[in-house]
Design a protein around this ligand. Structure first.
Ligand SMILES: [Zn+2]
Length: 128
């Protein structure tokens, strides 16, 4: 018999949310972004509630303070896609290092695989 991980039979049951990833997750059966267990990241649900509709498929949600468990509305930014999300992380890193957010020396980017789109954002900013 397969172990039933759903609902109250699960020893990790915490009344509707699970802590099996670095994110806080809630059971939301039938949600477009639900995993195979029926769980959705809490920040997705909060962003969608604020937006009043499901997030577009490519949208990502960023945590401003980089604390992935701080899902207060004011800590969340809906990004149109993964590339824009990466860009916010790079800018945050620049600020953390005391630089202007748009100033991202190549050496800081070493080891971070940037999508072409992020590279384009950065080049456009450099020209502007
Ligand atoms: Zn982020």
């Amino acid at each position: 018999m397969a172990w039933d991980r759903s609902g109250v039979k699960n020893p990790n049951w915490k009344g509707g949310f699970a802590l099996k990833s670095r994110y806080i997750r809630h059971r939301a059966l039938g949600h477009l972004r639900a995993d195979s267990w029926g769980y959705v990241d809490e920040h997705i649900l909060i962003a969608e509630k604020a937006l009043g509709k499901p997030l577009p498929p490519k949208a990502r949600v960023h945590h401003v303070d980089c604390n992935e468990r701080n899902n207060e509305k004011r800590n969340l930014v809906i990004c149109e896609n993964h590339s824009y999300h990466q860009l916010l992380h790079l800018r945050t890193e620049a600020l953390r290092r005391g630089a202007l957010p748009g100033h991202l020396p190549t050496r800081w980017r070493a080891g971070i695989r940037l999508s072409e789109q992020v590279d384009r954002f950065l080049q456009e900013e450099a020209i502007a």
